[in-house]
Write a protein of this length. Structure first.
Length: 220
Protein backbone atom coordinates (compact mmCIF):
# COMPACT_ATOMS: atom_id res chain seq x y z
CA UNK A 1 0.00 0.00 0.00
CA UNK A 2 1.29 3.45 -0.88
CA UNK A 3 1.49 6.21 1.70
CA UNK A 4 -1.26 8.20 0.00
CA UNK A 5 -3.73 5.37 0.52
CA UNK A 6 -3.38 5.54 4.31
CA UNK A 7 -5.51 8.68 4.51
CA UNK A 8 -8.35 6.97 2.65
CA UNK A 9 -8.17 3.89 4.88
CA UNK A 10 -8.35 5.72 8.22
CA UNK A 11 -11.27 7.49 9.93
CA UNK A 12 -11.54 11.29 9.93
CA UNK A 13 -8.17 12.82 10.69
CA UNK A 14 -7.82 14.95 13.82
CA UNK A 15 -7.06 18.63 13.49
CA UNK A 16 -4.47 20.91 15.07
CA UNK A 17 -1.20 19.53 16.41
CA UNK A 18 -2.49 15.96 16.27
CA UNK A 19 -3.38 16.41 12.61
CA UNK A 20 0.11 17.71 11.87
CA UNK A 21 1.59 14.59 13.49
CA UNK A 22 -0.74 12.40 11.41
CA UNK A 23 0.51 14.15 8.25
CA UNK A 24 4.11 13.32 9.20
CA UNK A 25 3.29 9.62 9.50
CA UNK A 26 1.27 9.63 6.28
CA UNK A 27 3.93 11.42 4.24
CA UNK A 28 7.17 10.05 5.71
CA UNK A 29 6.16 6.69 7.18
CA UNK A 30 8.50 5.35 9.89
CA UNK A 31 10.95 8.30 9.85
CA UNK A 32 7.98 10.67 10.13
CA UNK A 33 6.69 8.77 13.15
CA UNK A 34 10.17 8.87 14.69
CA UNK A 35 10.43 12.62 14.12
CA UNK A 36 6.97 13.19 15.62
CA UNK A 37 7.83 11.15 18.72
CA UNK A 38 11.17 12.95 19.14
CA UNK A 39 9.33 16.28 19.03
CA UNK A 40 6.66 14.90 21.41
CA UNK A 41 9.38 14.43 24.03
CA UNK A 42 10.39 18.08 23.68
CA UNK A 43 6.88 19.48 23.29
CA UNK A 44 4.45 17.34 25.33
CA UNK A 45 1.34 18.84 23.67
CA UNK A 46 2.22 16.60 20.73
CA UNK A 47 0.18 13.49 21.57
CA UNK A 48 2.02 10.15 21.59
CA UNK A 49 -1.39 8.53 22.13
CA UNK A 50 -2.21 9.63 18.56
CA UNK A 51 1.18 9.14 16.88
CA UNK A 52 1.94 5.64 18.15
CA UNK A 53 -1.43 3.95 17.46
CA UNK A 54 -1.56 5.64 14.05
CA UNK A 55 1.88 4.23 13.27
CA UNK A 56 0.64 0.78 14.28
CA UNK A 57 -2.40 1.24 12.04
CA UNK A 58 -0.10 2.26 9.18
CA UNK A 59 1.89 -0.94 9.75
CA UNK A 60 -1.33 -2.94 9.60
CA UNK A 61 -2.12 -1.26 6.25
CA UNK A 62 1.27 -2.25 4.83
CA UNK A 63 2.70 1.28 4.74
CA UNK A 64 5.66 0.07 6.81
CA UNK A 65 6.58 -3.09 8.68
CA UNK A 66 5.77 -3.56 12.36
CA UNK A 67 9.49 -3.87 13.12
CA UNK A 68 10.14 -0.58 11.31
CA UNK A 69 7.32 1.10 13.25
CA UNK A 70 8.83 0.04 16.57
CA UNK A 71 12.37 0.89 15.50
CA UNK A 72 11.62 4.43 14.32
CA UNK A 73 9.31 5.36 17.18
CA UNK A 74 11.75 4.05 19.79
CA UNK A 75 14.64 5.84 18.09
CA UNK A 76 12.59 9.04 18.15
CA UNK A 77 11.85 8.55 21.86
CA UNK A 78 15.54 8.12 22.66
CA UNK A 79 16.62 11.13 20.56
CA UNK A 80 14.05 13.37 22.27
CA UNK A 81 14.99 12.06 25.71
CA UNK A 82 18.71 12.64 25.10
CA UNK A 83 18.00 16.25 24.08
CA UNK A 84 16.25 16.81 27.43
CA UNK A 85 19.05 14.96 29.25
CA UNK A 86 21.56 17.45 27.81
CA UNK A 87 19.31 20.35 28.77
CA UNK A 88 19.57 19.05 32.35
CA UNK A 89 23.36 18.87 32.07
CA UNK A 90 23.60 22.39 30.62
CA UNK A 91 21.32 23.78 33.32
CA UNK A 92 23.54 22.27 36.02
CA UNK A 93 23.12 22.06 39.78
CA UNK A 94 24.51 25.55 40.45
CA UNK A 95 21.97 27.27 38.19
CA UNK A 96 19.20 25.03 39.51
CA UNK A 97 19.96 25.98 43.11
CA UNK A 98 20.13 29.67 42.15
CA UNK A 99 16.71 29.46 40.48
CA UNK A 100 15.31 27.39 43.35
CA UNK A 101 16.40 30.00 45.90
CA UNK A 102 14.22 32.61 44.17
CA UNK A 103 11.05 30.50 44.22
CA UNK A 104 8.40 31.11 46.91
CA UNK A 105 7.48 28.48 49.53
CA UNK A 106 10.37 26.13 48.70
CA UNK A 107 13.44 25.34 50.76
CA UNK A 108 16.94 24.29 49.75
CA UNK A 109 16.37 21.17 51.85
CA UNK A 110 13.48 20.21 49.53
CA UNK A 111 15.82 20.12 46.56
CA UNK A 112 18.50 18.31 48.53
CA UNK A 113 16.01 15.60 49.53
CA UNK A 114 14.90 15.30 45.91
CA UNK A 115 18.50 14.81 44.82
CA UNK A 116 19.04 12.21 47.53
CA UNK A 117 15.91 10.37 46.39
CA UNK A 118 17.05 10.42 42.76
CA UNK A 119 20.49 9.15 43.76
CA UNK A 120 18.80 6.10 45.35
CA UNK A 121 15.97 5.52 42.86
CA UNK A 122 17.05 7.28 39.66
CA UNK A 123 17.43 4.14 37.56
CA UNK A 124 13.91 2.96 38.43
CA UNK A 125 12.53 6.49 37.90
CA UNK A 126 14.01 6.74 34.39
CA UNK A 127 12.90 3.24 33.39
CA UNK A 128 9.34 3.33 34.73
CA UNK A 129 8.98 7.06 34.06
CA UNK A 130 9.19 6.34 30.33
CA UNK A 131 5.88 4.49 30.68
CA UNK A 132 4.00 7.20 32.60
CA UNK A 133 2.09 9.77 30.53
CA UNK A 134 3.19 13.38 31.08
CA UNK A 135 6.25 12.45 33.15
CA UNK A 136 7.78 10.25 30.45
CA UNK A 137 9.45 13.33 28.93
CA UNK A 138 10.21 15.27 32.11
CA UNK A 139 12.19 12.47 33.80
CA UNK A 140 15.10 13.02 31.39
CA UNK A 141 15.92 16.46 32.83
CA UNK A 142 16.76 15.35 36.41
CA UNK A 143 18.77 12.46 34.93
CA UNK A 144 20.91 15.07 33.19
CA UNK A 145 21.07 17.31 36.24
CA UNK A 146 22.32 14.42 38.37
CA UNK A 147 24.78 13.36 35.65
CA UNK A 148 23.44 9.82 35.34
CA UNK A 149 26.01 7.96 33.19
CA UNK A 150 24.92 8.33 29.58
CA UNK A 151 25.17 4.59 28.72
CA UNK A 152 22.91 3.79 31.70
CA UNK A 153 20.46 6.51 30.72
CA UNK A 154 20.39 5.31 27.11
CA UNK A 155 19.80 1.69 28.11
CA UNK A 156 16.99 2.47 30.55
CA UNK A 157 15.37 4.97 28.18
CA UNK A 158 15.52 2.60 25.22
CA UNK A 159 14.01 -0.31 27.14
CA UNK A 160 11.30 1.75 28.83
CA UNK A 161 10.41 3.52 25.59
CA UNK A 162 10.31 0.25 23.65
CA UNK A 163 7.78 -1.19 26.12
CA UNK A 164 5.55 1.92 26.04
CA UNK A 165 5.78 2.27 22.27
CA UNK A 166 5.15 -1.43 21.69
CA UNK A 167 1.92 -1.34 23.70
CA UNK A 168 0.49 1.64 21.80
CA UNK A 169 1.80 0.65 18.37
CA UNK A 170 0.46 -2.90 18.77
CA UNK A 171 -2.88 -1.50 19.94
CA UNK A 172 -3.15 0.53 16.74
CA UNK A 173 -2.02 -2.45 14.69
CA UNK A 174 -4.64 -4.76 16.20
CA UNK A 175 -7.49 -2.23 16.34
CA UNK A 176 -7.10 -1.26 12.69
CA UNK A 177 -9.33 1.65 11.68
CA UNK A 178 -10.47 1.93 15.31
CA UNK A 179 -6.96 2.99 16.40
CA UNK A 180 -8.33 6.29 17.73
CA UNK A 181 -9.84 4.37 20.66
CA UNK A 182 -6.35 4.25 22.17
CA UNK A 183 -6.27 8.03 22.38
CA UNK A 184 -9.33 8.01 24.64
CA UNK A 185 -7.96 5.44 27.07
CA UNK A 186 -4.49 6.99 27.31
CA UNK A 187 -6.08 10.42 27.60
CA UNK A 188 -7.97 9.25 30.69
CA UNK A 189 -4.73 7.92 32.22
CA UNK A 190 -2.99 11.24 31.47
CA UNK A 191 -5.78 13.16 33.18
CA UNK A 192 -5.57 10.89 36.23
CA UNK A 193 -1.80 11.41 36.44
CA UNK A 194 -2.17 15.19 36.07
CA UNK A 195 -5.00 15.23 38.60
CA UNK A 196 -2.95 13.28 41.13
CA UNK A 197 0.00 15.62 40.60
CA UNK A 198 -2.25 18.67 41.05
CA UNK A 199 -3.72 17.28 44.29
CA UNK A 200 -0.22 16.50 45.60
CA UNK A 201 0.94 20.03 44.70
CA UNK A 202 -2.02 21.66 46.43
CA UNK A 203 -1.51 19.50 49.53
CA UNK A 204 2.18 20.42 49.60
CA UNK A 205 1.39 24.16 49.30
CA UNK A 206 -1.17 23.93 52.13
CA UNK A 207 1.35 22.16 54.39
CA UNK A 208 4.09 24.66 53.59
CA UNK A 209 1.81 27.66 54.25
CA UNK A 210 0.81 26.16 57.61
CA UNK A 211 4.47 25.68 58.49
CA UNK A 212 5.15 29.33 57.69
CA UNK A 213 2.23 30.52 59.78
CA UNK A 214 3.39 28.40 62.75
CA UNK A 215 6.94 29.72 62.32
CA UNK A 216 5.64 33.32 62.29
CA UNK A 217 3.49 32.69 65.38
CA UNK A 218 6.47 31.20 67.26
CA UNK A 219 8.62 34.28 66.51
CA UNK A 220 5.90 36.64 67.78
Amino acid sequence: MHLSSLAAAQPEKPGGIAGWAVDLVENLGGPGAGLAIALENLFPPLPSEVILPLTGFAAGQGVLSLASALFWTTLGSVVGAVALYWIGILLGRRRLYAIWARLPLVKTSDLERTEEWFARHGTKAVFFGRMVPVFRSLISVPAGLERMPLPVFLGLTTLGSLIWNSVLVMAGYLLGDRWELVQGYVGVISKVVLGAAAVALVAWIVVRLRERRRSGADRS
